[in-house]
Design a protein around this ligand. Sequence first.
Ligand SMILES: [Zn+2]
Ligand SMILES: [Zn+2]
Length: 177
Amino acid sequence: MTDRTITIIPIDEINFPILEYIGKCLETTFDLETTIMTRQEIASHIPEPVYGGRYNSTNILKFMADRIPGSAFKLLAVTTLDLYSPIFSCFFGEAQLGGTCALVSLHRLKQEFYDLPPDQETFLARCEKEAIHEIAHTFGLLHCSNKHCIMYPSNNIIDTDVKSNTFCPDCTCLLKI
Ligand SMILES: [Zn+2]
Ligand SMILES: [Zn+2]
């Protein structure tokens, strides 16, 4: 483990192969090592959900940021909790812009959420895009207006499915790892 490692932290029950898949995708995209930590129980420490069972992602991010070791490079928390963000427009997660911590929720990435049959391939593709998107925010990247760029903000799952898993030429130039 180098000092430039992306640490993936499940904060509730997440199947290990999903975390491994996200790790591989991040390694490929950012050319950095990843490591997967054991599950961190955060749900019991954050305020009760509001907005129909959705948790405030800013509060979870703040909880994480207050507890990370000073030496941490990038952290990606992965949760099955349904999130909402009062400020930012990332529907499936949130990140500290140019900071250390990012958060992604798998809750609305499953076909079952939309009353459709399970589709693991589609689910994993969405996990990949949202994880890369949030970690890219920690490298300072903002949202992009190109619908096919991974930095396009997803306001719904269609946006996620339409965008690719790569950065457009403009975002590629801006990404400094
Ligand atoms: Zn975003
Ligand atoms: Zn872009």
